[in-house]
Design a protein around this ligand. Structure first.
Ligand code: NAD
Ligand code: DAU
Length: 337
């Protein structure tokens, strides 16, 4: 049996990954370490909390003794590190915690992995470490790292640490760098769920600047299958971009959501732009497709339709989030834009 320590498994992508493994890989035990920050939610794991192959542990990846005990006691052979502060806007208002979790936390995990000679360490990174593109071109794995926000700088620092541990001590690592994800259980601070939630409530849809920034979208389940593929098939030391060739301007995404929900375009509000806003991301994922045979299972149109349907059926989940601290966050982030 594979025994994996998944960190951040109560967040958006981590919980989708845990549900995928428990549903599809009967020979895999998941120890799920999550601090349950504002972004972590046990309701994301609902019926899977009692699954015999799942053990949830509330804790911090910066807690070295806890991480070492889990690896020893649970006989862990691989770590998949999703745990992070993940929202760019928050990193602009409060960068420190991004360094603590994304950099120091990753270092803590790496030290434990080295000491216990783990079989594999997968660092779930992001295409944002490459910086921004102009009108042309794609990020490839050899594109130099040039992060622009405190969030992406912290993720790039973590990527450098992964490389250093592999190079210096031979730790068997892979880095995955995925483009923007969307799908079930995404916290409604991010573009797609925020716009769905606002549209459902007939609230204005805050589009930063001219809305012509480009993101490259991937359905979250497809990101999860890519990470599983890397974990189980990649040679150590290899880095993989992950993406589905779905470049869209933000305004197009917002208009598509409004159309699906039969809401008027008059809900769109152009608001003050994000400081230092990266103009365009686009990813070349041909290496993982060619070397490991991975490919996405849905188009953007299919994935977005599924996502909107999911949010329509998850009004209780959404309402429980937006009624709490989220309301204060939303007011402080958007009222002065
Ligand atoms: P998320 O914010 O939804 O979830 C992060 C999870 O990490 C939460 O459950 C939170 O409680 C947990 N966490 C935070 N700090 C922790 C700590 N110190 N110790 C333990 N747990 C902690 O994030 P997400 O969107 O699911 O992203 C997951 C990972 O994927 C991140 O590393 C992110 O950089 C990366 N990524 C995200 C995207 C995207 O579009 N969302 C794309 C590419 C890569
Ligand atoms: O590219 C991968 C990255 O994608 C991940 O590493 C990050 O964790 C994830 O948050 C995401 O970063 P972005 O900044 O691209 O995602 P976000 O959903 O915050 O914004 C997407 C685009 O939409 C971006 O150009 C900013 C814009 N936007 C966002 C919000 C929240 C708006 O116009 N209005 C909004 O209210």
């Amino acid at each position: 049996m594979r025994r994996i320590l998944v960190t951040g498994g109560a967040g958006f992508i981590g919980s989708n990954f845990v549900r995928m493994i428990l549903g599809e890989q009967p020979d895999c035990l998941v120890v799920n370490l999550d601090k349950l920050t504002y972004a972590g939610n046990l309701e994301n794991l609902a019926s899977f909390l009692e699954h015999p192959n799942h053990k949830f542990v509330k804790g911090d990846i910066c807690d070295g003794p806890l991480v070492a005990d889990l690896i020893k006691d649970e006989k862990i052979d691989a770590i998949v590190n999703f745990a992070a502060e993940s929202h760019v806007d928050r990193s602009i208002t409060e960068p420190k915690v991004f360094i603590e979790t994304n950099v120091a936390g990753t270092l803590t995990l790496l030290e434990a992995a080295r000491e216990h000679r783990l079989e594999r360490f997968i660092q779930v990174s992001t295409d944002e470490v490459y910086g921004a593109l102009g009108k042309e071109g794609l990020f490839i794995e050899d594109t130099p790292l040039s992060p622009n926000s405190p969030y992406s700088a912290s993720k790039a620092a973590a990527d450098h640490l992964i490389h250093a541990f592999a190079h210096t001590w031979g730790l068997r690592c892979n880095i995955t760098r995925c483009s923007n994800n969307y799908g079930p259980y995404q916290f409604p601070e991010k573009l797609i769920p925020l716009m769905i939630n606002n549209a459902l409530n007939d609230k204005p849809l805050p589009v930063y600047g001219d809305g012509m920034q480009v993101r490259d979208w991937l359905y979250v389940y497809d990101h999860c299958t890519a990470i599983w593929t890397v974990l189980t098939q990649a040679e150590p030391g290899r880095t993989y971009n992950i993406g589905g060739c779905n470049e869209k301007t933000n305004i197009d995404v917002v208009r598509t959501i409004l159309k699906h929900l039969h809401k008027p375009e008059s809900l769109v509000r152009h608001v003050t732009d994000r400081p230092g806003h990266d103009r365009r991301y686009a990813i070349d994922a041909s290496r993982i497709m060619r070397e490991l045979g991975w490919k996405p299972s849905v188009t953007f149109e299919q994935g977005l339709a599924r996502t909107i349907d999911w949010y329509l059926g998850a009004r209780d989940w959404l309402d429980s989030i937006v009624s709490g601290d989220y309301r204060n966050y939303y007011e402080s982030m958007y009222d002065n834009r």
